[in-house]
Each structure stands twice: as C-alpha cells, then as structure tokens.
Design a protein around this ligand. Structure first.
Ligand SMILES: Nc1ncnc2c1ncn2[C@@H]1O[C@H](COP(=O)(O)OP(=O)(O)OP(=O)(O)O)[C@@H](O)[C@H]1O
Ligand SMILES: [Mg+2]
Length: 260
C-alpha cells in the first residue's frame, strides 16, 4: 500500500438486512489520521454503516477495504465505542477489571496488564478510580472508561456510535475536547456517528451526511463536506469562526430543508 492510499475505503457498499436495503451503494475514503463524522436522520443506516466499516456487518454488494484489503471480519486494529456505555461495561468488574478485559481478549501477557491499565486510565483521567465499579461512576466517567478500554487494545481506528448522546451538555463538551485531544495525540483515525450537526462540524475533518430512503439505486450518502477549520479547535473560538457558522448553516439548510 502506498503512503497515500486510504486507510479505509467504501466502494459501492450496500447492506441488506431483513430483505431491505439499509445502506444503499456508498463510496468514500478515510485517510489515516482523519476524523470523519457521519450524520443523518434516525433510522437512515448510520449504525449499520459503522458496523460494516468495522467488519461487524456483512456487506451485500461492493467492498469495504482496510489497508487495501477486503475487510472480512472484526480486527483488533479497529475498536468500537458504543453509545450505551452502561451495557458495554461489565458491572461486576471494577474500572481496572473492565480495561483488563481488552488486554485478556488481546492475549497481552498478565505481567504487562498493570502498566497498560495505568497508562490508558491516566489518558482519560480515571487513575484515581481504579477499584470502583461502573455503578459508582458518573455517565461521563463510564464513557471515559469505555474509551480507555478501547485504547487499551491499541487500535488504529476508533469507530464511535453516538458516544456522547446520553450525556448532559457540559460533560458532552468536555468529552468532545478530551476525545479530540486523545485522537490527535495517538494519531488515531476516527469514524464518528452523531445526530448533532454542530458536534459533527466541531470534531470532524469531514462530515458525511446520509439520507433516509434515498430511493432505488440511489446512494445513502447525500453530501460530503470538508471542514476547513483550523485544528486544534476550541469550544468558543471555533464556534465563532466564520467557516464554522457557514458550514453549520449549510448543513442545517441541507438536512432540514430536504435535498432532492
Ligand atoms: N439486524 C437487522 N435486521 C433488520 N433490520 C435492521 C437490522 N438492524 C437495523 N435494521 C433496520 O435498519 C434501519 C437502519 O438502522 P440503523 O440502526 O443503522 O439506523 P441509525 O441511522 O443508526 O438510527 P439511529 O439514529 O436511530 O441510531 C432501521 O430501519 C432498522 O430497523
Ligand atoms: Mg444508530
């Protein structure tokens, strides 16, 4: 693979579930280190597309390629952060035990566990909570724990399915910033699903807008927008940046106004 080849590519991918085409032929590429957000109305196939990108859902036509090779199942290089952290974490295991799960699954030698766990918990600010159980943590802390568990598997790609949707606005903003910082520090590539257009523009290098019921033979992807706003971003100045305001208006008008 040449240095310029995309890390992940969708080439005419469709997904049929229960006899219905949930994702219609979709093509796009994700470069190494890019943060790509996917937006669209409920039920338009965002989660299904993310699952296909992770090798968790079988494609019915076209191909998902990862590092130039067909993606034919889940790989440890791709970690999945679920919206529902409550169900993603094991309630009977402590913070330490939940992160250890990823290391056990990856068959990391036990002698390395403590060091690796300390490293990822420090990254998400949970070092002081090693022996707590998920029920003793706030929603934001539980989602940080899920992210720590994903980081412990040392992935190249993070797939995030509405990871902050269940959090209050303040926690959500601070997790957005933590997530953006971590992703940059680790050089991760991210595919991030959200309902929130502002979140998508704030975090993304690119935003892919999907439409519900595109019609027979029409692609699910309605629009791809490059977010040409400087990095790193911050909650105040980025959201006052003329490009941010312009893209927000463009995306709102496009999504709210119907587009065909
Ligand atoms: N395993 C399945 N079998 C049949 N239909 C499915 C299956 N999984 C999802 N669907 C259907 O596919 C459509 C898209 O689902 P998906 O979960 O991908 O949407 P979404 O855009 O993530 O929605 P939301 O924003 O509500 O999370 C829905 O109509 C859903 O009912
Ligand atoms: Mg979904």
């Amino acid at each position: 693979m040449s240095g310029d080849a995309p890390l992940l590519s969708f080439d005419g991918v469709s997904v049929v579930l229960g006899g219905r085409e949930i994702v219609s032929p979709s093509s796009f590429e994700v470069g190494r280190g890019q943060f790509v957000c996917i937006v669209g109305p409920s039920g338009c196939g965002k989660t299904t597309l993310l699952r296909a990108a992770s090798g968790l859902a079988q494609v019915s036509a076209g191909a998902v390629r990862y590092k130039g090779k067909p993606m034919d199942g889940p790989t440890r290089e791709v970690a999945f952060v679920f919206q529902d952290y409550g169900r993603a974490l094991l309630p009977w295991r402590t913070v330490d035990g939940n992160v250890r799960l990823a290391l056990e699954a990856a068959r990391v030698p036990a002698a390395e566990h403590a060091g690796r766990i300390a490293e990822v918990l420090a990254k998400v600010g949970l070092s002081q909570h090693l022996h707590k159980h998920p029920v003793q943590l706030s929603g934001g802390m539980q989602q940080r724990l899920q992210i720590a568990r994903c980081l412990a598997q040392r992935p190249e790609v993070l797939m995030m399915d509405e990871p902050f949707a269940a959090l209050d606005a303040l926690t959500r903003r601070s997790l957005q910033d933590e997530c953006a910082r971590l992703v940059r520090e680790q050089g991760l590539t991210v595919l991030f699903v959200t309902h929130d257009l502002e979140e998508a523009i704030y975090l993304g290098d690119r935003v892919i807008a999907l439409q519900a019921n595109p019609g027979p033979g029409r692609p699910s992807i309605a629009r791809i927008i490059d977010v040409d706003i400087p990095q790193p971003r911050d909650q105040l100045s980025t959201k006052e940046h003329p490009r941010y305001l312009h893209l927000r208006r463009e995306l709102y008008e496009f999504i709210e106004g119907g587009h065909d």
